[in-house]
Write a protein that binds this ligand. Structure first.
Ligand code: BDR
Ligand code: CA
Length: 308
């Protein structure tokens, strides 16, 4: 089983990814970022999930805001004001750790150098801080998988070319993309290509497993948002990144390129700039995931929702 370290801003699709991780891997910790909603909510949601799973996974609160600039937007309009569909869950019992997320990332990778797959499902603020505190941090990570970016410019934020995780904290993404010699990048456009038909989603939820019942509850707001915006099918960005983390061989098409983040552009701040034609001369740092085996992706989700 893979050993994972998950940096996350739960978030509905983060929740699904975290359920998948606990079903199919060992999870050393959840380090929590602000993003979809504020840090108080994302930390609480992480604790709610650990309670649901009856797990003991440590939850480390991280940075409450981006490194440099206040964000233009959050994603409460998709995930709900509390990030979990405004269901009104009771205060979770599982505690939050006192140790900051960035310090936990450093300590855990010192304790188990070369063993941990780091999966980044939110803005990259905590990872960037860890890199700045200790530039040797990337060398201790076995593999980094990032959900982020929009490699051909079809973003999902108010700023057209940017994807949410990168657009929320572009400087953090810049620091991480420069510091890690190679990482897997699962971008927004790949997740749209891997949307599931509604009937498949309905089949998973019908399992009646507590995890499926929970997921259907928190997904309500996002489902209404999707319907209003004519987004068809079930899109689960963080779940796709998690599938790639759990099983690298699920990838059937990829491109290895240099990827950088635009920090200044008049129209393009937060855009993911891919050197498709190798003109800029930068060293390739990202394996851009283009297609995965959809059936195996579905199986990883189904298993986490108690199907079969
Ligand atoms: C990313 O942004 C968040 O809203 C999702 O949880 C995902 O991590 C998709 O752009
Ligand atoms: Ca997320």
């Amino acid at each position: 089983r893979p050993l994972l370290l998950i940096d996350t801003d739960p978030g509905v699709d983060d929740a699904l990814a975290i359920l998948m991780a606990h079903q199919h891997a060992d999870v050393a910790a959840l380090t929590v970022a602000a993003g979809n909603v504020g840090l108080a909510h994302t930390v609480r949601n992480a604790r709610t999930l650990v309670d649901l799973l009856g797990a003991a996974t440590p939850v480390h609160p991280g940075c409450p805001s981006p490194l440099v600039r206040a964000p233009d937007e959050d994603a409460a309009f998709v995930h709900g004001a509390d990030g979990f569909g405004d269901v009104g869950f009771a205060e979770p019992a599982h505690p939050a750790e006192a140790e900051h997320a960035a310090l936990a990332l450093l300590r855990l990778t010192r304790e188990r150098p070369g063993e941990l797959t780091l999966v980044a499902l939110g803005p990259l603020t905590n990872l960037a801080l860890a890199v700045r505190l200790d530039p040797t941090f990337p060398s201790r990570v076995k593999r980094l998988v990032v959900m982020g970016g929009a490699v051909t410019g079809h973003g999902n934020t108010g700023k057209v070319p940017a994807e949410f995780n990168i657009g929320f904290d572009p400087e953090a993404a810049h620091v991480v993309f420069e510091a890690f010699p190679m990482f897997d990048l699962v971008d927004w456009e790949a997740t749209v290509r891997h949307a599931f038909p509604d009937e498949i989603y309905d089949g998973w939820i019908a399992s009646g497993d507590t995890r499926a019942v929970f997921f259907e509850k928190i997904f309500g707001t996002a489902r209404r948002f999707n319907a209003e915006h004519e987004r068809t099918g079930f899109i689960a960005a963080d779940a796709l990144a998690m599938a790639v983390a759990l099983d690298p061989s699920i990838v059937i098409r990829d491109e290895v390129r240099h990827v950088a983040i635009e920090l200044d552009g008049r129209l393009t701040r937060g855009a993911t700039v891919v050197d498709w034609h190798r003109r800029l001369g930068g060293k390739a740092n990202a394996r851009i995931v283009l297609d995965v085996d959809a059936q195996r992706f579905a199986q990883l989700i189904a298993g986490a929702l108690g199907v079969g």
